[in-house]
Design a protein around this ligand. Structure first.
Ligand code: FAD
Length: 470
């Protein structure tokens, strides 16, 4: 192995091959539930260096785990415990290669932090809509590799919809330049789509050409109190009818999730907390003016109050109030972590079936596991819920996780399957859910996935054990 380490040092420079010291930033997952051991952390600075690293690893049959900001939530971007895998970190590849204003595109390297991508678009007086709570640390390469969602999917789609071209280093160490800015190109298989969402198992994304949009003239935020999930879906329908493509965010939050935010972050002001079982956060982005957006928003909320699908509502007066409302939503995962260990689910169900899914699954869990607490919140506009399960109040949370996690997962995922949903709407499969796929995906789909993996990575060196069940 010393031979490989020396070759890697020759590829990227000795300072960029880390083998000693505290490597926890690369070896431990964001939720601190798993820790691996890397043979080395290698930090190439260019596509050519990535290709050289892959060729060296392939020659030594050494597995590679690509890594961006290491904010993934399914244990997909850290090495296993064997000490035999190389972590290939894209963090040094941060260049914005160019912005084409007329074509509304920008080309960036994979290690660009999402916030820097948003800022570069903003500096050009344009808008890159991907937005998620990890945007200060996650990279665009990681967003593409996980096909990340976030808060603007309703209007702009997942990361997949925001990408026109890719540059990828293959498992054989060849660089494929697919950095096109074309919106139409039907010359055969769309290879880009294979790599997006493949979680580092098919190739290493080194750069991407992304779609940009004109900046909205005004973005307003509102909060509505709603009596139940059915009413939240009804409010979504009303908002879609009245705001059309102006509706850029629609987040639902259950009362218990909100009460955790209020308990652990007392500086947050949670509207209508005691008065309603659910809160809904709405965002309206308008291309005309703030006055136009506000008028539209107020008319919608009046209609909702009349309809009964909202019992109270408030429109943020200014940016500071709007960001306070968003802080409540964004801080729920943190508040939940402060409350203690919990079981996370990142599911989707057709929106029309969400009320029945929640009613049935809430009751099932309450019946099967005494005292269980549900932290239910998420992107209702995309049919995506973080349907999380917290241990009973005052209980031993580590014991709860040990004894109940498998059972809770099976109950929830069986329900998701029954309602025609997906067990992973956003975060991906990684290592955490790889054993679940055979239960919930068809044998035909699994055999096509295995065939693709075998064709592109016949040695099985890219992120082994993740996504594709063996
Ligand atoms: P990493 O964690 O480093 O890697 C993730 C996966 O991608 C791994 O399998 C890794 O091997 C692979 N990978 C990384 N870079 C590359 C590359 N260049 N080429 C090939 N493979 C690569 N996700 C959502 O979808 N929506 C959300 O709203 C959301 N909110 C989040 C909020 C918080 C607080 C946190 C911590 C995470 C959240 N996530 C969310 C999870 C999410 O997957 C990411 O944060 C992000 O997309 C991962 O980017 P990363 O650069 O950190 O990737």
């Amino acid at each position: 192995m010393n031979d490989l380490i020396e070759q890697l040092k020759a590829c990227v420079g000795p300072a960029n091959v880390l083998t000693e010291g505290d490597l926890s930033a690369w070896e431990q997952d964001w939720r601190k539930r798993s820790r691996g051991k890397a043979l080395a952390v290698v930090r190439p600075g260019s596509t050519e260096q990535v290709a050289a690293v892959v060729r060296a690893c392939a020659a030594h049959r050494t597995p590679i785990v690509p890594q961006g900001g290491n904010t993934g939530l399914v244990v997909g971007g850290i090495p296993d415990a064997s000490g035999k895998e190389v972590v290939l970190s894209l963090q040094r590849m941060t260049a914005v290669r160019g912005i084409d204003r007329e074509n509304l595109t920008m080309t960036v390297e994979a290690g660009c932090v999402l916030q820097a991508v948003q800022q570069a678009a903003d500096d050009a007086d344009l808008f890159f809509p991907l937005s998620l709570a990890a945007e200060g640390s996650c990279t665009i390469g990681g967003n593409l590799a996980t096909n990340a969602g976030g808060t603007q999917v309703l209007r702009y789609g997942n990361t997949r919809e925001l990408c026109l071209g890719l540059e990828v280093v293959t498992a054989q160490g060849e660089a494929w330049n697919g950095l096109t800015g074309l919106r139409k190109d039907n010359t055969g298989y769309d290879l880009r789509q294979l790599f997006i969402g493949s979680e580092g198992t098919l190739g290493i994304i080194t750069a991407a050409t992304l779609k940009l949009y004109p900046k909205p003239a005004a973005t307003l935020t509102a909060w509505a109190a709603v009596p139940d999930m059915q009413a939240a879906v009804r409010l979504l329908q009303l908002a879609q009818d009245r705001l059309g493509s102006g509706l850029t965010g629609f987040e639902v939050m259950g009362q218990f999730a909100l009460s955790l935010a209020a308990r652990h972050m007392p500086q947050l002001r949670v509207p209508f907390l005691d008065a309603s079982p659910y809160g809904v956060l709405l965002e309206n982005s308008d291309s005309e003016s703030e006055g136009h957006a506000r008028g539209q928003f107020e008319a919608l909320l009046e209609a909702a109050l009349e309809d009964g699908c909202a019992t109270d509502a408030v429109v943020a007066e200014n940016l500071s109030q709007a960001s306070q409302l968003w802080h409540v939503r964004e801080n729920i995962p943190l508040a939940q972590a402060q409350e203690g260990l919990n079981i996370k689910h990142d599911i989707s169900v057709p929106i029309s079936r969400i009320p029945a899914f929640c009613a049935e699954t809430d009751a099932l869990l309450a019946r099967e596991i005494a005292g269980v607490r549900l932290v239910n919140f998420g992107h209702l506009g995309d049919g995506n819920l973080h349907y999380n399960v917290q241990a009973p109040e005052g209980g031993d949370m580590a014991a709860f996780l040990r004894e109940q996690e498998e059972r809770v997962n099976t109950l929830v995922y069986d329900q998701v399957h029954k309602f025609g949903g997906s067990i992973s709407a956003e975060h991906g499969i990684g290592e955490l859910k790889v054993d679940k796929l055979p239960h919930y995906k068809s044998p035909v789909a699994l055999s096509m996935m295995r065939a693709v993996k075998q064709a592109l990575d016949p040695q099985g060196l890219l992120n082994p054990g993740r996504v594709v069940p063996t």
